[in-house]
Write a protein that binds this ligand. Structure first.
Ligand SMILES: [Ca+2]
Length: 308
């Protein structure tokens, strides 16, 4: 694979919204607890259903929105009640965590469209603490990795809801949280019917971002910060450990890296951009780097690169 070309510098504060993805069909049997796994499972019994729908997350994505969701799904066989993406009102949802994917709760609703963000690795226990929803008409939501969240039809009060992408997310999965009477361990997917069609799912690009070339041991790599404050000090940091949270009081930010180290620092140019070329050590082959840049009061996306 050839090194990716450098991303040309973008103007500060330019906000890019990528073209919407083509429509995604989410079968009523799509098991959100199969996200990132080879096969869905049903620890609660009743059938594992299908793997959820997988969508690639651009590495500079800041958030996504949904144009609309059509279709109907049902939880309980061909003669059961059907509902749209926002869910039905037959049950409260309280599905437990399984295999690295957190629990999810929903007051007064079941069988709503859910999503979960996952990184490049297969999810594994312990799962993070789960989210619980009683207000479905939030304006914005910031789920963590491996934390299923309500998407519904993606609209509230006539506006598109904003779903922020957590650091380290490379994949978004779409499916449902199901179990016996929607409480307990995941399962009871095989009696689900119908499907939803998700249209106009679009990722928005962070204006302040870091891009990193393909990294090959013994060859030159490049890290480029764009969209920063003109002439502001830029710090490019990296972790060999992974995603975490580390306070950097000098910049007034929390880096989304565990045990970060400083790679480069220097002032951005008049457009808020700065680029560094560096030699990738020959001994680093196979290692995974987590890279994030920061300036006073702001952090970029996290780029994950395995050294080839
Ligand atoms: Ca079911």
């Amino acid at each position: 694979m050839a090194p990716s070309p450098l991303i040309p510098a973008l103007g500060a504060a330019l906000l890019l919204v990528a073209a919407p993805l083509s429509a995604q069909t989410v079968d009523g049997r799509a098991n959100i607890y199969g996200s990132g796994h080879a096969a869905p499972e049903d620890p609660g019994g009743g059938g594992p259903g299908l793997l959820p729908v997988e969508v690639a997350v651009p590495e500079d994505a800041g958030w996504f929105t949904v144009g609309g969701v059509t279709g109907q799904v049902g939880c309980c066989g061909p003669n059961g009640a059907m509902n749209g993406a926002d869910g039905g009102s037959l049950y409260n949802t309280g599905v437990q965590a399984w295999d690295g994917i957190a629990s999810i709760g929903g007051t007064g609703r079941q069988m709503f469209l859910v999503g979960v963000f996952v990184g490049p690795d297969e999810p594994a226990d312990p799962a993070p603490t789960g989210l619980s929803f009683s207000n479905y008409d939030f304006a914005e939501l910031s789920p963590a990795l491996r934390q299923p969240f309500f998407i519904g039809d993606g609209q509230a009060a006539g506006a598109q809801q904003i779903f922020h992408v957590p650091p380290g997310a490379t994949r978004l999965f779409l499916g449902f949280a199901d179990s016996f009477s929607f409480n307990g361990l995941p399962g009871y997917y095989d009696d689900n019917v119908g499907s939803l069609t998700v249209s106009g799912l679009a990722f928005a690009t962070r204006p302040y971002r870091v891009d990193v070339s393909t990294l090959v041991a013994g060859q030159q790599g490049t890290a480029t910060v764009t969209g920063g404050t003109p002439s502001a000090l830029q710090a490019v940091t990296y972790s060999l450990v992974g995603i975490g949270s580390t306070s950097v009081p000098a910049l007034g930010v929390d880096l989304a890296l565990e045990a970060p180290r400083l790679a480069f620092k220097g002032a951005a140019d008049g457009s808020g951009a700065r680029s560094w070329n560096f030699q990738v050590p020959a001994s680093a082959v196979g290692r995974t780097l987590y890279i994030q840049a920061a300036e006073a009061g702001a952090t970029t996306n996290v780029v994950i690169r395995q050294i080839q």
